[in-house]
Design a protein around this ligand. Sequence first.
Ligand SMILES: [Mn+2]
Length: 474
Amino acid sequence: MDPPLDFLKSFESAVDVIKKHITEGNTIHIITHNDADGIASAGIISRTILRSGGLFKTTVEKRLDDVVFNRLAEENPKIIVFTDFGSGYLEKISQSLPNQDIIILDHHLIIGEKPDNIIQINPLNHNIDGSREIAASGVCYLLSKMIDERNKDLAHLGLIGALGDQQDKGNQKSFIGLNIFLEEEAIKNNQLKKKVDLIFYGYETRPIHRAIAYTTFPFIPGLSGREDNCVAFLNNVGIEFKNKEKLRSLSDLNEEEKRLLFSSLSNYMVSQGCDSSSVHNIIGTVYTFEKETPSTPLRDGREYASLLNACARMMRPSIGLSIVLGDRNESIIEAEQVVEEYRRKIGTYLDWVHENNRIKELSNIYVLDAGFEVDENIIGVIASILQGQGILKNTKPIISAANSNDGTTKISARGTDFIINAGLHLGKIMQEAAELCGGSGGGHDIAAGAFILQDNVEDFIRRVNEIVSKQSVR
Ligand SMILES: [Mn+2]
């Protein structure tokens, strides 16, 4: 399926503007969001400019606010490209940065009318579902290929954001919509191979117990992050994780062993209170990046996305950017250390949530108010994991909150297919509730966020609970 013509046409002015600035030798400033999609997006654009002989400067931001806009206005670059955010801040961007070319490459909720001095590429303007059918990295890939056809070898990188933003919403965790177009291009270029199997990271390359322990989505209580428990689990169900002295990977298991592993894991998850849909999530489409070295975390598309996310969330985005730009030396070693710390942090936070019974159930939402106990950069990941475990009811979204040291609170909201079908749009709910509390919010229907002042958290939660009951058509 090719991208619709009106969508492709919307890229033309951006292509011209970027080419012009490359030719004139101007440094192209890229500002991106601090998650896997943001890093992949900025990486694709940076690599495109680099290949075209241009200059770029890439910075990663948690959010767009006056601090960022004032700094950019002061630097006064000739061109700024916003990737994976921007559509929620059209008016602010236009007013704060009137003197330069502005390009926005985004797939989030568009708030307000687009001012004339901004070029915006957003699938939502073309009846394409930006939450499920293409991520910002996919938009960046399409732009990259239009700047130079030879960049079609970056198609697989365009899918990293889709995996990071959990757009694998098709049958057996496959892609839908325009992501399939990218997938086909990547397969044609021999960059990508797919198959349906157990979904644990490092399917071909990692010892089984480690593959299970290292996987963040789905997060299996007691096994994820716990190599020791995974070894005990395998011993218990009678699956040899060693063949003589060689550790076996999932691809070494025969069909019968795979079935045994699946049914044992399912039974275990059910005993832990997980629902059937989360159990099914351990099987899905595995995306292998064929040109990456088998022993590295970049070989598996989901693991690559998770690694970039870790770099972003642990405030080391430049490591992730170097990797997308092509560094396969120092950056990999550093990234693996960051991932290790990140995994440990997530485990500690989840233990804290469970031990202290921190999830409160209100009439229409679940609430996790973590105060200062969870890093604001990681609260969204925690909300996604809690939501994906299938222990909470799928009829209510989870709204999580973590305080920052600057007096604000980061809110992350995560929904389920059920509540989206019931008519909820979390991005719009975050926008409305945040505005009523003097903050700002937005995002996708199924995953969204907001920033508010710490004093307003209670008020905000109360309003969200109210708006959910109004918006829902249940
Ligand atoms: Mn995104």
